[in-house]
Design a protein around this ligand. Structure first.
Ligand SMILES: NC(=O)c1ccc[n+]([C@@H]2O[C@H](COP(=O)([O-])OP(=O)(O)OC[C@H]3O[C@@H](n4cnc5c(N)ncnc54)[C@H](OP(=O)(O)O)[C@@H]3O)[C@@H](O)[C@H]2O)c1
Length: 211
């Protein structure tokens, strides 16, 4: 069983990953600014209140950790302004992990980040850029920082997120020729992430996840 740090653990994919990792028997340090509000009770859970942009918080959270999951998100209302959370947090996290000797990183970015940008359909391309362009430019920088690290990483690029239950029925697209957009629940993304903690079959890869 691993000691897992989930960064961005208070809601969304991060919270689903906390639940799935606990269910799989892992110990989980659940990191978020509002970690104290995580309404779960489990002996394997350690809520950890911290800011991903604070180097001291991040270094302290890495103590004793085997695997880190980065599942940060920004509120939709901020998407039209400049977005730097993903790259700024990653520029802190990667060297902190390298210093701490924590090698395994699973980072959630999204379909359309990095080299999957070209796989966005022609009709979706313009609206995607208009709404998500700033966030995805920053996710590009996040992915690049991870790729040039010495870490043992997997980039997790879900399609359009839903809040449905885990189904276990989703596709993991590792071959760029197969990349496409589609719906997937946050709970299924969490299933994939926890599966990669148990059996890391996608080391050094960026995978697109669709239901
Ligand atoms: N919506 C979609 O269809 C879609 C599609 C593909 C990919 N994605 C990406 O998937 C990711 C997860 O999205 P989601 O909707 O599941 O999550 P979310 O609801 O946006 O949750 C974001 C998490 O990040 C934490 N966070 C934000 N800033 C932080 C900071 N400075 N320090 C510590 N924690 C911080 C939040 O906790 P606190 O506020 O408590 O700190 C929260 O737990 C995002 O990167 C999103 O862009 C979304």
């Amino acid at each position: 069983m691993a000691h897992v740090l989930v960064i961005g653990a208070s809601q969304g994919i991060g919270l689903e990953t906390v639940k799935a990792a606990l269910a799989a028997g892992h110990r989980v340090r659940a990191f978020a600014r509002s970690a104290a509000g995580i309404a779960l009770s489990d002996p394997g859970l350690e809520p950890f209140a911290g800011d991903a942009l604070n180097g001291r918080d991040v270094a302290a959270a890495l103590d004793g950790i085997d695997v880190a999951v980065q599942a940060l998100g920004v509120p939709a209302r901020t998407l039209l302004g400049p977005v730097t959370l993903f790259s700024d947090a990653t520029n802190l996290l990667v060297p902190a992990m390298e210093r701490a000797g924590v090698r395994r990183l699973l980072a959630v970015t999204g379909f359309g980040a990095g080299d999957s940008r070209d796989a966005i359909g022609l009709l979706q391309r313009l609206p995607f850029r208009l709404v998500f362009g700033r966030a995805y430019d920053d996710k590009d920088a996040q992915e690049m920082r991870i790729r040039r690290s010495s870490l043992d990483w997997t980039l997790v690029r879900p399609g359009i997120l839903t809040s449905g239950a885990a189904t276990g029925r989703f596709e993991v697209l590792a071959d760029p020729a197969t990349w496409r957009n589609g719906l997937i629940s946050r709970a299924d993304v969490a299933q994939f992430i926890v599966g990669q903690i148990d059996a890391p079959t996608h080391r050094g890869q960026a995978v697109v996840l669709v239901g």
